[in-house]
Design a protein around this ligand. Structure first.
Ligand code: S3P
Length: 427
């Protein structure tokens, strides 16, 4: 494929969830431009509507209007978070700070994902969950008057961090926490600071949040999602010639670990700074194809590129040498068992890959990939292997491309659009 042109990607998923929740809690009318309109974002909007917040329909290219309220209303039915872990975990935090009971559930994938990592600290603050010791949805959450919290996270996770800070916000209580290794995305911290709340990091790596500010309605534009851009970056790197520009992508350093790894692999990617959106740095990414070499991805790097490992793993299967992703056990509890699926699907298309303890090991090769890919409806597995399917001579069949709509509506068309039309994306 020859890549060409200039494209934009949908709005940032993490920021869209957080901005919708904040707008929901800010009394008055807020406006969001460039918000993600994918299935995950719609799940958060639907939960907010059930809690008494008016949210206009999420449609591509349309501003979203949210009429928030200081306190949510008790929902009349179970809150369904669909496939979205962020909706569920941040949502549980907000609900814990409200004096009513609500039932929370999700789709089959979300009902398999661990929730004790958030219910345990929320219980410590005073929230109650039924069943009391459950690690899975569905859960009944009984919120109310919470106390302050000091908590060490078992894993570096922006969803746990976001959950606990949102609980502190809803309950008006201070929350201090520390992540074990590597810094996860810091969107919640940045947004809270922009509302005048105090979020400070001390010398020992503890983050202290004090609910000192006030939520007021806002009018903001969401940057392009670097996690969505990563798939187009990958396709451009694997192309035979050309240049691709991806415009106005969020380049927050806690999200761009994949760019640093790709640079080590020899990728030619230039970031042209384009200022700020919603308190986040943005830039255009200029990508040129070229040969890649293997690398080692260290444990501390993982939180900063957690969602890009599927894409990096398929690129590693085209790089010279053996690439090792260390300490990636957390991938087992994403939208699918991403660790197992990455290794088995890479082997299914003819590459050498293995799970060794908590590490993923991928050997690069030059034979055109061919075979069937099982996604378990995981959007990032589908998109990563669709990118691999753009290699000349590839015959990659992905069992479910529709699931890309969880985070990147229109992905297959965009992927086809950046090429010269001689090869399609995965069929
Ligand atoms: C997210 C955090 C990450 C990431 C997910 C979005 C967020 O999850 O995988 O896609 O918006 O906070 P973890 O915090 O569980 O690693």
């Amino acid at each position: 494929m020859i890549v060409r042109g200039s494209v934009t990607v949908p709005g940032d998923k993490s920021l869209t969830h957080r901005l919708l929740l904040l707008a929901g809690l800010a009394p008055g009318r807020s406006r969001l431009r460039g918000a993600l309109t994918s299935l995950d974002a719609r799940a958060t909007a639907a939960v907010l509507r059930a809690l008494g917040v008016a949210v206009s329909p999420l449609r591509p290219g349309r501003e979203v209007q949210i009429v928030g309220r200081r306190r949510f209303r008790q929902p009349g039915a179970t809150l369904n978070c669909g496939n979205s872990g962020t909706t569920a975990r941040l949502g549980l935090g907000v609900l814990a700070g409200h004096p009513f009971s609500s039932r929370v559930t999700g789709d089959a994938s979300l009902r398999r994902r661990p929730m004790r990592r958030v219910t345990e600290p929320l219980s410590r603050m005073g929230a109650r969950f039924e069943p009391a010791d459950a690690d899975r949805l569905p859960l009944l959450v009984r919120g109310g008057v919470l106390g302050p919290l000091t908590w060490e996270l078992p894993v570096s996770s922006a969803q746990i961090k976001g959950c606990l800070f949102f609980a502190g916000l809803a309950a008006g209580r201070p929350v201090s926490l520390r992540e074990p290794s590597g810094r996860s995305r810091d969107h919640t911290e940045r947004l809270f600071r922009s509302f005048g709340y105090s979020v400070v990091e001390d010398a020992r790596g503890w983050l202290h949040f004090e609910p000192t500010g006030a939520l007021v309605p806002f009018d903001l534009e969401v940057p392009g999602d670097p996690s969505s851009a990563a798939f187009l970056v990958g396709a451009a790197l694997l192309a035979e010639a050309g240049t691709l520009r991806i415009q106005a992508v969020g380049v927050n350093p806690t999200r761009t670990g994949f760019l640093r790894v790709l640079e080590r692999m020899g990728a030619r990617i230039m970031v042209e700074p384009r200022g700020e959106r919603s308190g986040e740095p943005i830039g255009d990414l200029m990508v040129e194809p070229g040969p890649l070499g293997a690398t080692e991805v260290a444990a501390e790097e993982i939180p900063g590129l957690i969602d890009e490992i599927p894409l990096l793993a398929v690129l590693a299967s085209r790089a010279e040498g053996i690439t090792r992703f260390r300490e990636v056990g957390e991938l087992r509890v994403k939208e699918s068992d991403r660790l197992g699926l990455l290794a088995s699907n890479l082997r299914a298309v003819g590459a050498n890959a293995a799970v060794e303890g908590e590490a993923l090991v991928v050997e690069g090769g030059t034979r055109p990939p061919a075979g069937r890919v099982r996604t378990d409806a995981d959007h990032r597995i589908a998109m990563a292997f669709a990118v691999l399917g753009t290699v000349r001579g590839a015959r990659v069949r992905v069992d479910n491309m529709a699931c890309a709509a969880v985070s990147f509506p229109g992905f297959a068309e965009v992927l086809r659009g950046i090429g010269d039309g001689r090869r399609g994306a995965a069929r």
